[in-house]
Structures are given as structure tokens and as C-alpha cells.
Design a protein around this ligand. Structure first.
Ligand code: CTP
Length: 414
């Protein structure tokens, strides 16, 4: 079983309290568990820890200013608030808690907190009198009503010399709470125990022992989808063409070379609840593979007779037996993206199709690149997702799949 924290994304908001120094230790421990941390350092926080130390430990840029043109150009505050799995405020000062409870958004941290659609945990830290003050307790109740998770402060000697409640929770306790959060999310997911087949990468169709037909696919989008589905509790079989990528944690990978191998491996992996065909399968192969390297023929061209490969997505979609309940295809298009994709969905008979534009622009392409912008076409309508990292797109797709299964389960209960 994979480490529940592996590869999780955390937006860490560091408030202005003396306990901010403990957050450096927290970052170190979370990095050891391969958590991807994006830090926001408030003005107050920067009085206690430096942006340089936070950045060095988090191995990430530190975001500080809502009005910074460079920050906004690189990563607008809305994206910052959305491209994460969890938001953690540590230390959460009385001031930050009051602003959160009142919905005040007057700096990067509070604006991001108001704009996020992700779960938020806070680890309060302050002087005992401040913690026990009716105003703080009122704010605490309000925050809990709003669904914000509280990592209770401990009791003991405080930095101000007083003794009592208000100490930032210990680092292992904060980590334990984060683990609990992800464990319960996984346990509650409607994909828990569901089997998903994902195809990914290119296929290589040998012409002779040294040459093959292939395409620019890197496999990144398919691998990210496999990983996002595992995070939501699914059992994932990844049927992968040749790529340079490591197998994501918790995924069972079957390596294949050709379209026909991929087709056979997908068939052997059935039954499945969901199939996501992300692979850029080569449409054609040469009829037979030459046994020896084809030599140049004094200006004459080799007679490469092409034949069509099996269409894995089409075959899966049109199965009369063992058809996965949800079959999802990708449409790689270079023009009339939405129209071609809608037609492809009908033609292949899949339930959903994820359309993306794979043309070259400014020397970069979605194929092989790190980002994607997609149009998800389902039986219920269309969703357009702006350009984002492939792992972000993957998580959005995984969440939609989970939602579909959850709604189905709720309907069956009625
Ligand atoms: N696909 C497949 N097997 C094939 C070809 C494609 O499973 N032999 C799947 C891809 O994994 C993708 C979808 O079909 O989910 C669409 O692939 P795409 O390359 O966009 O379309 P093609 O079917 O190749 O059609 P065209 O080349 O005409 O656009």
C-alpha cells in the first residue's frame, strides 16, 4: 500500500506567530513523505521565519503578495487556491481566525482562503488569554460550522511566559491529522474497491528490428489519471506503451509495445468498472515486421504496406459482455476540436470523451508537455477546463468519475 501522503499537494499558509519556527520542522517532515508544498507567507509570518528558509525547505517558491505582478503572472491567487488537495493554516493566529470567520480578504492568505474550494485545516497558536477569549471561541465555533477542521492547540509553557492552552499542536500530531484527513477521504470515496483500466503512452509498431511507427505521447496524462484514481481508492491497472515514466505508487502496470499487445492486455484485465483510454495508439502498422533491417534500395523506396490497428476504445465501448459501466476516451485533435470530439464519442460509442488540442503552438504541444486544457463531453453536458498541469486535469477527471459513482450509489439507495 502506498504512503497516504505521497505526492499530495498542500497549500501551507504560515501566519504571524512565534510558533512559525515549528512550521519549518513540519515542512521538513512532510517533504520526507513526498508532500508537495506551496507556501504562502503572511506579512506577520515573515517576521518570524524568512521566505528563504521556507522556500529552501519546501523546495518551492514562496508566495507573499497579492499585488505582485510576477506572482500573479506565474500563479494567480485563484489557481493557487484550487491547485491543491488541502489547505493548512499553521500557525493560525487569533487575527487570521477572526478574518477567516468574518470572510475578510485583505491579503494573499485571506483572499486565497476565501477563494478556495478545497478542505481547510487550521492549527491555532496564541496566548492562553487570547485563545480563551470569547471572541476567539466565537470565531472558532463559526469556523467549525463552516466546515473548517481544527487541529487543537496543546497546553503548557507558552512563548510569552504564561502557562495554559494555546500552544501550536506538535508536528507529529499535525501530520497525523493530515493523514487522517486523506485516509477518511479515501475511505468515503465511491471508487473504493472499483477496478479501473487506464491505457497510456504511445504504442510502437515495428517496421523492422530497428525502426517503428510511433507518436509524441509521453504517457504523462494517463499516468497522472491512474495516480489520481488510486488516491480515490480505486484499484488501477495501467496498460502502458513505452514511456520513460515510473509506475505511480499503488498502481499495477502492464507494459506493452504494440496496439495489438495493448488490446490483448486490456482484454485480459477485464472485468472493470471503468476504462479510461488515454493512450495515443498508433492507428496503423506495417503488414508484418521485416526480419532484418530494411536496406536502402539505390533510391527506390521500401514497400511499406500499412494496415489498421485494432481500436481498443471502440471494442471496449461496443462489448456486449463485460463492458465497463463507464468507458472514457480521449480525443486528440488539431482542428475543430469540440465538433470532432463529439463525433468521435458517437462513432466509438464511449460514454465520455475528453477532448484536447494537440497541435503545436510556439513549439510546444500537449503531447509530451506538462499541461493540458480539455473539454469533457458526457451524456449530461460539457465541461471546459482551462490550461492546468496534467496532474490537476487528472484529479478533476477522477473527481468527476467518483461523483458519477457516488450519485449512482445514492440513487440505488432510494
Ligand atoms: N484509441 C484506441 N485504439 C486505437 C486508436 C485510438 O483505443 N487504435 C483510443 C484512444 O486511446 C483515445 C481515442 O481512441 O481514447 C481517440 O483517439 P484519437 O487518436 O483521438 O482518435 P482516432 O481513433 O485515432 O481517430 P482519428 O485519427 O481519426 O482522429
Amino acid at each position: 500500500m502506498s504512503d497516504i501522503l505521497n505526492n499530495k499537494r498542500l497549500l501551507l499558509i504560515i501566519g504571524g506567530g512565534i510558533a512559525a519556527y515549528k512550521v519549518l520542522e513540519l515542512i521538513r517532515r512532510l517533504k520526507e513523505r513526498n508532500v508537495r508544498i506551496r507556501p504562502i507567507l503572511t506579512k506577520g509570518g515573515a517576521q518570524f521565519v524568512t521566505p528563504l528558509s521556507v522556500s529552501a525547505l519546501a523546495e518551492e517558491k514562496v508566495y507573499q503578495d497579492i499585488f505582485s505582478l510576477t506572482d500573479e503572472a506565474e500563479m494567480g491567487h485563484i489557481r493557487l487556491s484550487r491547485e491543491t488537495d488541502l489547505v493548512l493554516v499553521a500557525p493560525a493566529t487569533a487575527d487570521l481566525m477572526a478574518k477567516m470567520a468574518a470572510g475578510i480578504a485583505d491579503d494573499l492568505a485571506t483572499t486565497t482562503l476565501l477563494a478556495t474550494d478545497k478542505p481547510v485545516l487550521i492549527a491555532p497558536s496564541m496566548n492562553t488569554m487570547m485563545w480563551e477569549h470569547p471572541a476567539t471561541q466565537r470565531n472558532l465555533d463559526r469556523l467549525q460550522e463552516d466546515g473548517i477542521g481544527i487541529i487543537q492547540p496543546g497546553s503548557g509553557d507558552l512563548a510569552c511566559g504564561e502557562v495554559g492552552a494555546g500552544r501550536l499542536a506538535e508536528v507529529p500530531d499535525i501530520i497525523r491529522t493530515i493523514e487522517n484527513f486523506f485516509e477518511s477521504r479515501r475511505a468515503q470515496s465511491a471508487l473504493t474497491g472499483k477496478h479501473v483500466i487506464v491505457t497510456a503512452g504511445p504504442t510502437h509498431e515495428a517496421i523492422d528490428p530497428v525502426r517503428y511507427i510511433a507518436n509524441r505521447s509521453s504517457g504523462k496524462q494517463g499516468y497522472a489519471i491512474a495516480s489520481a484514481l488510486v488516491d480515490l481508492g480505486a484499484r488501477v491497472t495501467l496498460v502502458s506503451g513505452p514511456t520513460a515514466l515510473d509506475c505511480p505508487d499503488g498502481v499495477e502496470r502492464i507494459n506493452v509495445e504494440t496496439a495489438r499487445d495493448m488490446n490483448a492486455a486490456v482484454d485480459a484485465a477485464l472485468p472493470a468498472d471503468v476504462a479510461v483510454c488515454v493512450a495515443a495508439v498508433a492507428d496503423w502498422r506495417t503488414e508484418g515486421c521485416a526480419e532484418q533491417k530494411i536496406k536502402k534500395q539505390g533510391g527506390g523506396l521500401p514497400d511499406l504496406h500499412l494496415v489498421e490497428n485494432p481500436d481498443i476504445l471502440r471494442a471496449l465501448s461496443q462489448k456486449s459482455e463485460r463492458r465497463p459501466a463507464l468507458v472514457i476516451g480521449f480525443a486528440a485533435e488539431t482542428e475543430n476540436v469540440a465538433d470532432h470530439a463529439r463525433a468521435k464519442r458517437e462513432r466509438k460509442g464511449c460514454d465520455w470523451i475528453v477532448a484536447n488540442n494537440v497541435s503545436f503552438s510556439d513549439g510546444v504541444s500537449v503531447m509530451g508537455g506538462d499541461t493540458n486544457a480539455v473539454l469533457l463531453i458526457t451524456e449530461e453536458g460539457e465541461l471546459s477546463w482551462p490550461e492546468a498541469g496534467k496532474d490537476q486535469i487528472a484529479r478533476q477527471l477522477a473527481a468527476e468519475i467518483e461523483k458519477k459513482f457516488r450519485q449512482q450509489a445514492e440513487q440505488e439507495k432510494k
